[in-house]
Design a protein around this ligand. Structure first.
Ligand SMILES: [Fe+2]
Ligand SMILES: [Fe+2]
Length: 263
């Protein structure tokens, strides 16, 4: 007799909250959505604030406290841009004191292992990178997870450019990271940064699915409505359901993948 299939795992994937430019109607609606969805985990893939200001971090922290189980990584907007002294001396200071001291968080359970990486780099404010030490962290973290655990990696900077911006810069260190990702059996990569939702496999047809979320509720939109993703890790694989703001609420977007997909 075969053993029963494990129950599907639901993740909520939010990105680019950008407190300081938030739309509170959307932000409040999203809290209601998450409370109703009750995901196993909510992933926030960076850019919590607009300018890494204390007041913006305080608003972000208060919001995160209402989301339930959470994994969060920083984005480039969470390190100072114009305050070059603070950027040089303590780029992650406010994030660490006001959001979390863990910059590369790892959550592991019998059926789910999620690693977040801090891809921000103060020296090149906008672009992101995965260091050799972080590649090693991918290897060691997932090596310690149960074989039965579905494996997910979270970064702010994406592994793939969107179809509409094929020359957009992807995360530096991508190839070395992808080798470790494949060896570790990671099946899902979650990111944001470009404020465009899209999804595709990366590194070949059998590579992991790279899923980007648009900006959840910032007014810094890049030609797409605000959105977040509901992701289901089931027996048949990974399903991505973008939830797109239509002026009144977040509604499921038509079609698989994302508002913008290759196919
Ligand atoms: Fe952003
Ligand atoms: Fe960003």
């Amino acid at each position: 007799m075969s053993s029963p299939e494990p129950p599907a795992i639901t993740l909520a994937h939010l990105s680019d909250l950008h407190f300081g430019t938030e739309d509170w109607t959307m932000a409040a609606q999203l809290l209601d959505d998450i409370a109703e969805l009750r995901p196993r985990l909510t992933v926030v893939s960076g850019d919590l604030t607009q300018r890494a200001r204390r007041r913006q971090f305080a608003a972000a922290r208060a919001y995160l406290d209402r989301l339930g189980p959470l994994l969060v990584v920083p984005g480039n907007h969470d390190i100072p841009l114009y305050d070059v002294t603070r950027r040089a001396l303590s780029p992650m200071g406010r994030y660490r004191s006001m959001v979390t001291d863990e910059l590369n968080p790892f959550l592991v359970d019998h059926d789910l292992a999620v690693l977040g990486l801090n891809t921000t780099r103060p020296a090149r404010w906008k672009e992101g990178s995965i260091s050799p030490a972080q590649v090693e962290l991918i290897r060691t973290s997932f090596a310690g997870a149960p074989a039965s655990a579905r494996r997910v990696l979270v970064t702010h900077h994406p592994f793939l450019p969107p179809p509409s911006l094929p020359r957009a810069i992807v995360v530096h260190g991508r190839e070395a990271a992808l080798a470790a990702i494949r060896e570790a059996g990671v099946e899902l990569l979650l990111a944001g940064h470009l404020h465009v939702g899209y999804a595709d496999v990366v590194g070949g047809d059998d590579g992991p699915l790279s899923v980007q979320a648009g900006t959840a509720f910032s007014r810094r939109r890049r030609g797409q409505p605000n959105a977040y993703n509901v992701i289901t890790l089931g027996a048949a694989g990974v399903q991505v359901q973008p939830q797109v703001w239509d002026g009144h609420g977040f509604r499921p977007a038509a079609g698989p993948g994302a508002p913008e997909a290759d196919a």
